[in-house]
Ligand binder design. Sequence first.
Ligand SMILES: O=P(O)(O)OC[C@H]1O[C@@H](O)[C@H](O)[C@@H](O)[C@@H]1O
Length: 294
Amino acid sequence: MPVDHSDSKVTLNHPKGSTVEILLYGATIISWKVADKQGSLQERLFVSSKASLDGSKPVRGGIPVVFPCFGAPTHPDHLKLPQHGLARNQNWSFDSIVMDNSAGVSVRLTLDSSANPKNASLYPKEFRLAYVVTLAEHQLSTDLHVENPSATETIDFQALLHTYVRAPADNVFVTPLHGLSYFDKTEATDEARATAKTETRQEVDVKNFTDSVYQGAPGQYRVTWPGGSLEIRAKEFKDVVVWNPQEEGRKMSDMEADGWKNYVCVEPGYVRGFVTLEPKKSWIGQQVLTVGQD
Ligand SMILES: O=P(O)(O)OC[C@H]1O[C@@H](O)[C@H](O)[C@@H](O)[C@@H]1O
């Protein structure tokens, strides 16, 4: 079957062999496999072998969905929320199969503020999220729809797709970020973290602890390493975060030994400032991942 779903997981199978697995918990994509040139299926995302996949905590790897705040909350509406918000640690619902043909297999998952009684005390605003995941032969598209169902209130939110790209961290490069202004979250003081830097590197590596928030980014990135590459295209996600904790990764209880050596996070998002959504309006942020064919 092109789409299989159980109480906890949705699996998409493309007729040309690629597959994707999505946990309903957090709508977290936990696997994306695409054939290599020899025709053998290869995992394209990193998920820590110590990640919790039972809905007890956000998944360390794959593509967690970040909404309505990125990092520690700063907006007055978000202050009771955990780091990276509530979407990555709630159960989403399987809504429908959107498309099922040779071009792609696509499903829609949803999360409404009213679905979880906890939300009223955590977050004072109503929201409706829909996540459309589309699998093609060499491509994975993820569209996050945010709808404001209120007739009177606006919503201010941030959103980001926290993509863990499977790649050797000591030999991976992200381009083109040269000339962009960014905020370096590895700096020691609040003042230094809040001071914009300008990226001077043509090719950004993550050989050192990296946690950089690029603003006004081009929306099209290339991640390359010996023997592989991935193109990332983004729409409405105007910023991009590049993160690899290096040895700091040891502090994470769900990070496997040396796990940080096996990925780079390249995370398209709207995280500098907030999207303000007027009553009854909606917003769509999109990420498209394409495996390099070179
Ligand atoms: O451990 P978490 O909550 O999944 O976050 C992982 C990382 O996510 C990145 O997006 C942030 O920029 C980092 O600061 C953070 O450490």
